[in-house]
Write a protein that binds this ligand. Structure first.
Ligand code: PGA
Length: 253
């Protein structure tokens, strides 16, 4: 893990604060930066903190551009569990971002494959991702790149594993309602980001975090590919670092 910058925090709220600080620095240094954004429970405290910084210190998002990692197929932008809805209610509704400068995959696109190609093209046209925020799934997925026999390349349509559908069931009335497919940036897309910020909190993630950074680089643990990236910052709370600290006492964050 020596190639990574690791921040150890006491809890998810402080992980949110440190991660928001890293994102705010990027925005201040490059006001028209392209941020790769993520959804899920982990980033919620980060967006909360960025909104607070916008309100308190005028952190300016007026020129910032954003691309989200993924979206469920078959949920409209207005669906309360769509990632469009998540981004609006947790972040975009509360800052001065120009919505024309934001992109989230369209899970309702008539031609999903053509849409995926356009999404990649948009990222290229915007000059590539400056900072990609990532959470990590219990199965090691990043975005919706699920464990597989090969690393995926670019934005694509994917089937969700039962493990991911069960992990996300908490947001829906039943497992049946959880979509079975999603559009996600590929591992190749994520790896082209100039900087990666991986945020991981909670004891449930301790084992997969250890496998990600200390295990073999293996598409069955998609996040392990990050061992090949030159600029990764990990922000993790003590609980998430538990297995790493147990198995690798030499490691210090
Ligand atoms: P979580 O999801 O933040 O809700 O745990 C992370 C992910 O699945 O990427």
């Amino acid at each position: 893990m020596s190639n990574f910058t690791v921040w150890k925090t006491a809890d998810p709220a402080s992980a949110g604060k440190i991660s928001a600080e890293i994102i705010a620095k990027t925005v201040i240094a490059k006001p028209d930066c392209l941020l790769g954004l993520a959804t899920g429970s982990t980033p919620v405290p980060i967006y909360k903190e960025l909104v607070a910084q916008h309100k308190k210190s005028n952190l300016d998002f007026s020129k910032v551009r954003t691309v989200n990692l993924d979206e469920y197929v078959g949920l409209s932008a207005e669906h309360p569990q769509s990632y469009h809805h998540f981004m609006m209610s947790n972040f975009f509704d509360h800052i001065n971002i120009d919505l024309q400068n934001t992109r989230i995959p369209d899970g309702m696109a008539a031609d999903l494959s053509a849409f995926c190609d356009q999404y990649e093209q948009q990222i290229t046209n915007w000059g590539g991702i400056d900072l990609q925020l990532l959470g990590i799934g219990l199965n090691g997925h990043i975005g919706f790149n699920e464990p597989a026999s090969v690393f995926t390349r670019r934005t694509h349509l994917t089937d969700l594993t039962e493990s991911t559908r069960k992990a996300n069931q908490r947001f829906f009335n039943s497992l049946d309602e959880v979509p079975r497919q999603a559009i996600t940036m590929g591992i190749g897309t994520i790896m082209t980001a100039r900087k990666i910020l991986l945020v991981c909190t909670g004891i449930k993630k301790a084992e997969i975090l250890e496998r990600t950074f200390f295990g073999p680089i293996d598409p069955m643990v998609p996040a392990s590919v990050l061992q090949f990236h030159q600029n990764v910052t990990v922000v993790a709370d003590e609980a998430a670092l538990k297995t790493i600290l147990q198995k690798h006492p030499e490691f210090s964050a």
